[in-house]
Design a protein around this ligand. Structure first.
Ligand SMILES: Cc1cc2nc3c(=O)[nH]c(=O)nc-3n(C[C@H](O)[C@H](O)[C@H](O)COP(=O)(O)O)c2cc1C
Length: 188
């Protein structure tokens, strides 16, 4: 085996940048009639068609709303909203009405008190399903109870945070459904 490899050491404290999940989403909450929005990049599906994990910490004003109501909307913005979404993640709803500041439209949800985001191409109405990891990691397991999509607005699709303030959009979509032989039930 060669002792020369193309690999350089990579700082362990930055490894999330290599597997940064995504897409970057907006989390909408509402408490006592006051709606808020925050930007979230640490999220992932946990169960097919089921639970989603979201990291949302006590440094966020939204944390208290999620804790009190147990409800949120995960809204998926298209790449055209990238700059707005970053700006939303740099101000607190404790100080600013972000809906007004960023000219976003709250749309009533069907099942939860938090509004959908009219400008996002997909909106998932969610209820908190498991809080066991919240105290240790700010990690919430939420269950989508209703979902909405505007295919026309989907356009170029979602975007992803590379963990260091740089972002990527999607490249070409490749259809490998025929190779998902063991998982064909997921491709319907
Ligand atoms: C690109 C980006 C990604 C972010 N991802 C997260 C995240 O995954 N979890 C989190 O708690 N905060 C995240 N933040 C920070 C929150 O969006 C930020 O604290 C926001 O101001 C919270 O708003 P709030 O105080 O009104 O709840 C992110 C910010 C940016 C700009």
């Amino acid at each position: 085996m060669s002792d020369r490899t193309p690999f350089q050491p990579y700082p362990v404290e930055h490894v999330h940048r290599l597997i940064e999940p995504g897409p970057v989403v907006l989390v909408s909450t509402a408490v006592e009639g006051r709606a808020n929005l925050m930007t979230n990049g640490f999220n992932m599906p946990v169960v097919h068609g089921g639970l989603i994990a979201l990291v949302l910490g006590p440094w966020d004003h939204s944390f208290d709303a999620l804790r009190r109501t147990g409800e949120c909307v995960i809204a998926v913005p298209g790449a055209e909203l990238m700059e707005t979404v970053v700006d939303i993640g740099n101000v607190s709803g404790a100080e600013v009405d972000k809906w007004a500041r960023f000219a976003l439209t709250p749309v009533p949800a069907a099942e939860v008190g938090a509004p959908l985001v009219g400008e996002c191409f997909a909106n998932l109405e969610c209820r908190v399903a498991d809080r066991r990891l919240v105290d240790d990691y700010g990690l919430w397991l939420v269950e989508p109870v209703r979902a909405w999509i505007d295919e026309e607005r989907r356009g170029a699709g979602e975007f992803h945070h590379r963990g260091d303030g740089t972002f990527s959009t999607n490249g070409a979509t490749l259809d490998l459904r025929h190779r998902m032989t063991r998982w064909s039930h997921l491709t319907a």
